[in-house]
Ligand binder design. Structure first.
Ligand SMILES: C[S@@+](CC[C@H](N)C(=O)[O-])C[C@H]1O[C@@H](n2cnc3c(N)ncnc32)[C@H](O)[C@@H]1O
Length: 203
């Protein structure tokens, strides 16, 4: 089994995809609060930008981060269509990030699990520090019943592990799903995904 996924295949397959339901749900929660705040978001592992562009179209300033040159090029070429002043792009690995700007929303749609566990736990406090009080995390993690568990140097978490990550947060949505679906390389696999929206309540 390949250790590094072919992101190019993934990007092609999902190029017309809608924004993540979990992101839409988090944005609804901000709208319902009707508060005045600085709409700055970070899209971690933005890929070709389905969530980044949606955020910018909804007048969020977005820092879009991904390590893949192809993802960065796709965002750059789509930027004029939206308002390019709202999107800032950073091509880097999460493993090289020491600090993130203060933000009200951190979105990480199926990107953090691709770090190994040691790197993930190094990076997690940087994410938490960067979120403003009352800011939200929206994103997904892989669970231990996933077919890739033990087969790949990635991060797989239990429900308890995730609850610990969010101990300074109010967990607003915590969904666990399992299903069979082909990977970006066309191989069938069992997916075990946790989706979460959590609001930071303590600094
Ligand atoms: C499954 S894709 C998801 C893309 C996008 N969030 C979406 O929902 O369409 C995961 C993305 O995370 C990026 N990624 C994975 N590991 C990364 C790392 N260590 N540092 C930065 N980006 C990473 C990949 O390049 C890829 O674009």
């Amino acid at each position: 089994m390949k250790a590094i996924p072919e992101w190019s295949n993934y990007y092609n397959r999902w190029k017309n995809a809608s924004p993540s339901p979990i992101l839409l749900n988090a944005l609804d929660r901000f709208s319902q609060e009707n508060l005045c705040f600085n709409k700055h978001a970070i899209d971690l592992g933005c890929g070709i930008g389905k969530d980044t562009f949606y955020l910018a179209r909804n007048r969020w300033r977005v820092l879009a981060i991904d390590k893949e040159p192809e993802a960065i090029t796709a965002i750059q070429s789509g930027m004029q269509e939206v308002c390019d002043k709202l999107i800032e792009i950073r091509q880097t690995s999460f493993e090289l990030i020491n600090e993130l700007p203060k933000s009200y929303l951190i979105n990480a749609s199926l990107s953090l699990p691709f770090m190994n566990t040691w790197n993930f736990y190094q990076f997690w406090p940087i994410i938490v520090d960067s979120l403003e009080q009352n800011g939200r995390f929206s994103g997904s993690f892989l669970g231990k019943k996933d077919s890739w568990f033990k087969a790949r140097p990635m991060t797989f978490l239990s429900r308890k592990n995730i609850e610990l990550l969010f101990r300074h947060f109010d967990i607003e949505l915590f969904k666990e799903i399992e299903f069979g679906q082909a990977t970006m390389l066309g191989n069938m696999k069992h997916w075990h995904i946790f989706s979460i929206i959590a609001k930071k309540i303590m600094q």
